[in-house]
Design a protein around this ligand. Structure first.
Ligand SMILES: Cc1cc2nc3c(=O)[nH]c(=O)nc-3n(C[C@H](O)[C@H](O)[C@H](O)COP(=O)(O)OP(=O)(O)OC[C@H]3O[C@@H](n4cnc5c(N)ncnc54)[C@H](O)[C@@H]3O)c2cc1C
Length: 402
């Protein structure tokens, strides 16, 4: 039975590894496999996370992803990689990586071991699909299939190969959900000055949509001349993108001191004021925030940097606490969609069987990985999804003895 896979990215490579039957051909438009996999995790490939919960995933069809993620869990993926010879490790955050900290280790192992099961044909860009004739046409030739697997990814980082053109090819026949970009950076209405560009703090970023708290993350926050980036921002970015997509008012509140309550931080500052009454405001700030940010913070406080601490009123100290604990940025748009790490939305999962990944509209047509409307959070959850969805499909096809 001819199984044709479009895409030798993360999902396509895992699928090829999990399959040990059928006549498997993989068409890939790039000249090699796993281009985005190589770029993942800053070249280190954060392939899953020890902290697993369904809360890290979203699909318009809420329960769709549960079967696949239960069937092939984060621990199953770690074991699988270990079994094919990849040593793995994890950071205290729970993020898992190859021990070599090189995504090439994973790409090479997956590609080399799947060459036994599958025939890879590179430089083949699928340009047309005829579902009734069961035929796929590339830039070079046409291929007949019995079963067709879409493993073409989303539309972010187009130069990795997943440029979203596939959605235009199928949109008349396969229902798609509204799309946007996830795991990304944002432009804000309030901006720090240019000289703060790239300044990193460890703080808490809290997302509010229409004034309602949604979620928060404590990690790096980086101030840019366009707005905000950093791991804490990436962590809340999928919900933020969805809010912007739906034209809702979204803001991010930055807390420079999440380890202290409002009152504790006030007491801390008051103690410094009492102990060093002749110290200037500038000197106080030098001890509590990155020097590059002082000018901007002073502007927000509307005080002179030379003001002595003994001249600061309770009101001024409270304003300083509020500025550093509840600094709000109204988010206006996604910055640089092209370099987002994820496509939110895709093939509507209401029309896909979660236990087989088969289209409910076209029998013998399957979808795995990021092409589906399943978006995982930052932290290894999307590679896990690509692997888990590929495993469900492989298990199903193997059960048919294809
Ligand atoms: C910079 C970056 C860093 C990331 N880091 C992480 C991370 O650390 N952890 C994590 O979990 N996720 C990460 N992700 C997300 C993760 O890489 C993707 O979710 C994952 O690659 C999706 O796998 P996929 O197989 O569905 O798509 P892809 O890996 O994108 O593969 C799709 C393949 O299909 C091919 N293709 C597309 N259209 C056609 C066509 N018409 N004809 C032929 N071939 C075609 C493409 O060339 C590509 O090779 C990152 C993403 C980016 C952009």
């Amino acid at each position: 039975m001819k199984i044709l896979v479009i895409g030798a990215g993360v999902a396509g490579l895992f699928f090829a590894n999990f399959m040990d039957c059928g006549e498997l051909t993989i068409l890939e438009k790039n000249e090699f496999s796993g281009r985005k996999l190589l770029a993942s995790g800053n070249g280190r490939c954060n392939f899953t996370n020890l902290n697993f919960s369904y809360d890290f995933y979203k699909s318009e069809n809420e329960d769709f992803f549960k079967y696949a993620l239960d069937n092939f869990t984060n621990y199953d993926l770690i074991k699988y990689l270990n079994d094919i010879g990849i040593a793995t490790t994890n950071l205290p955050s729970g993020r898992c990586y190859p021990k070599t900290m090189s995504s090439k280790t994973i790409r090479d192992a997956l590609y080399n071991s799947s060459k036994e099961n599958a025939k890879f044909i590179f430089n083949q860009e699928v340009e047309a699909i005829d579902f009734s004739k069961k035929e796929v046409v590339t830039n070079e030739k046409s291929y007949a299939y019995d079963k067709l697997v879409f493993a073409t990814g989303g539309k972010s980082l187009a130069n990795s190969g997943s440029d979203g053109k596939i959605f235009a090819l199928i949109r008349n026949e396969i229902p798609l959900t509204k799309m946007t970009y996830g795991i990304t950076n944002f432009e804000s209405k309030e901006k720090f000055s240019k000289k703060t560009k790239g300044t990193r703090i460890t703080g808490k970023a809290s997302l509010f949509v229409e004034g309602k708290f949604i979620k928060s993350s404590i990690d790096d926050i980086i101030f840019q001349d366009y707005g905000l980036t950093g791991t804490a921002i990436l962590d809340i970015s999928n919900d933020l993108s969805l809010a912007l997509r739906d034209k809702k008012k979204a803001s991010v509140e930055v807390d420079f001191y999440p380890e202290k309550t409002y009152d504790e931080f006030y007491d801390f500052l008051e103690k410094i004021r009492n102990n060093f009454p002749n110290k200037s405001l500038y000197d106080l700030l030098i001890g509590i925030i990155n020097e590059k940010l002082i000018g901007d913070v002073i502007k927000l406080l509307e005080l002179s940097p030379k003001k002595k601490l003994c001249e600061l009123k309770t009101y001024d100290l409270k304003k300083l606490v509020k500025t550093l604990k509840n600094l709000s940025f109204e988010i206006t748009k996604i910055h640089d969609c092209e370099n987002a790490q994820l496509t939110i939305g895709g093939v509507d999962t209401k029309f896909v069987n979660p236990k087989t990944m088969e289209s409910k509209i076209f029998p013998n047509v399957f979808f795995i990985g990021e092409i589906l409307d399943v978006n995982g959070a930052c932290g290894g959850y999307n590679i896990q999804w690509a692997a888990s969805s590929a495993k469900v499909l492989a298990d199903y096809l193997r059960s048919l003895n294809v």
